[in-house]
Write a protein that binds this ligand. Structure first.
Ligand code: SF4
Length: 489
């Protein structure tokens, strides 16, 4: 929770989540952070690399040695780094071959109203600004279910077949009408982060209503992160599985594993103290899979965490996949630091280096021996680096997202619509065969390079025609109307 003066308050939104970052202002913050988990191991880099090359399951110590290019040296050793990247690239070829996949999709985010106050996020607008009668332009948005439906229906006509929707945790959001009644009865409990819809200028509807609205004409609906699932059951004793089952019945097809950040609580306590803890995130993912949904998984790295935290996170994901088998892809997300509270308060001085990005992709590929697909997110890395990462272990290149509001708001420069043709050109230019895929990777169509123009074929209205580039609407307001972001990325 971020107070009006920008400081982090000690309001505990969950009751069992410690909030400890109120002392993070100023230059002393970086040096004052001390963690229990540090990148020290009794493994050697050479042993770890040998195990990776042989396809043996890696330990956390192995992963740390590879990610650090040896804890016996200061900084990244460029020769060792290349050996790690080479091993990961070879593993990628063995597991998924040469094709580089992408999906024709739309991001439609319902609202930027959020009180959670994550210190790495500049997507949200504190929710009181959205209340009826509030004066001043907050620059954010809330969409009704009807507006969401119209946006998805328009995009379907362009040939998309996936809609990804991740939103701020609007206090008026509830799972359904019954949930509203439960929350109304408890609305004096501040830690529930609830206000009824009539308090706001625009009613976002319920989560069920938004799912029904966006599930149009056979589109694949990818939505409801673990944090949103928590919000959809706050104040109740409903299980995550029950919540996801109800959302699935309303049209939800799969759940994004964002809001993961770093799945080590001592890091979460610093960067997102208002969010569910590691256990809560894993419980939610297990609930989604138990409800019959595919899920994805992410890591958001390059802020206050160290190599030990990153590999502990990978271990949590690998264990989850061993138990569930439901994770279709892993998406490393490099922290975009500009305009975020972490950067503006001097807690961090920047994001990950190019070397760190390459190694994160490579070690993800080598460590996650039970997840087939690793994504290179051009929205976070930019075109040139994202293409390079396809040679470091990644095999997927995201989707045609009509824009990327969240990364834009955080100062990233790369959030734009990417046409189907652009994908084919870029991937072919680095000598790899482009292929469109369904969200769940169960259908993959390699694209014949015949000069184009190229278009999607896997969607309900996709017949191979090129996707029309929407009229460029250069100002931020227009982009927000397009709706295109992942709040928890
Ligand atoms: S990351 Fe998500 S939950 Fe956290 S402040 Fe941003 S929108 Fe809210």
């Amino acid at each position: 929770m971020t107070d009006a003066d920008g400081s982090v308050s000690s309001l505990d939104l969950d009751g069992d989540r410690a909030v400890s970052s109120s002392d993070l202002d100023g230059d002393d913050a970086v040096s004052s952070l001390s963690f229990e988990h540090v990148p020290e191991t009794d493994q050697s880099f050479e042993n770890a690399l040998e195990k990776a090359r042989n396809g043996e399951r890696l330990t956390v110590a192995d992963g740390v040695e590879l990610l650090a290019t040896g804890t016996d040296v200061e900084g990244i050793d460029p020769v060792r780094k290349e050996r790690v990247l080479e091993a990961a690239d070879r593993r990628r070829a063995e597991v998924v071959g040469e094709e580089v996949t992408f999906v024709a999709n739309l991001n439609n985010n319902v609202t930027t109203a959020c009180n959670t106050g994550c210190l790495f996020c500049n997507f949200k607008d504190t929710a009181h600004q959205f209340e009826a009668g509030h004066e001043g332009d907050h620059g954010g948005f809330t969409k009704t279910p009807e507006e969401s439906r119209a946006i998805v229906a328009d995009a379907l006509d362009l040939g998309i077949y996936e809609v990804c929707s991740v939103s701020g945790l609007h206090p008026a959001f509830a799972l359904n009408d019954e949930h509203h009644e439960i929350l109304r009865a408890k609305s004096d409990e501040r830690d529930l982060n609830y206000k009824p819809p009539e308090a706001y200028e625009t009613d976002p509807g319920t989560y069920v209503e938004q799912m029904r609205a966006m599930s149009v004409g056979g589109v694949h609906l990818h939505s409801i992160t673990p944090e949103e699932a928590y919000h959809a059951r706050r104040g109740t004793d409903w299980t995550y599985e029950e919540v996801y089952r109800e959302l699935k019945a309303a049209g939800l097809d799969s759940a994004p594993g964002t809001a993961a950040e770093i799945l080590v609580d001592e890091v979460r306590d610093v960067i997102c103290p208002g969010k569910i803890d590691t256990r809560g995130w894993i419980d939610a993912m297990e609930g989604a899979v138990a409800a019959g949904l595919d899920v994805t998984a992410t890591i958001m790295y390059g802020h206050v965490e160290n190599e030990m935290h990153r590999v502990m996170h990978l271990k949590a994901i690998r264990d989850l996949q061993d138990r569930t088998g439901g994770i279709t892809e892993f998406v490393p997300l490099s922290f975009v630091h500009e305009n975020t509270p972490l950067y503006e308060r001097g807690v961090v001085s920047g994001g990950a280096s190019d070397d760190e990005d390459e190694l994160m992709i490579a070690v993800s590929r080598l460590f996650l021996d039970n997840v087939d697909n690793v994504q290179s997110s051009w929205v976070k890395y930019g075109n040139a680096k994202a293409l390079k990462l396809l040679n470091c272990g990644a095999n997927d290149f995201m989707g045609t997202i009509l824009s990327e509001e969240i990364t834009k708001r955080a100062g990233g420069r790369y959030g734009e619509f990417r046409s189907f043709d652009d994908y084919v050109d870029m991937i072919a230019a680095v000598g790899r065969p482009p292929a469109e895929r369904s969200t769940d990777y169960r259908t993959i169509r390699r694209i014949d390079l015949d000069g184009g123009p190229y278009g999607p074929t896997l969607g309900p209205k996709a017949d191979g025609s090129p996707m029309l580039e929407p009229a460029r609407r250069g100002d931020d307001d227009a982009r927000r109307e397009d709706g295109a972001a992942r709040a928890d990325d």
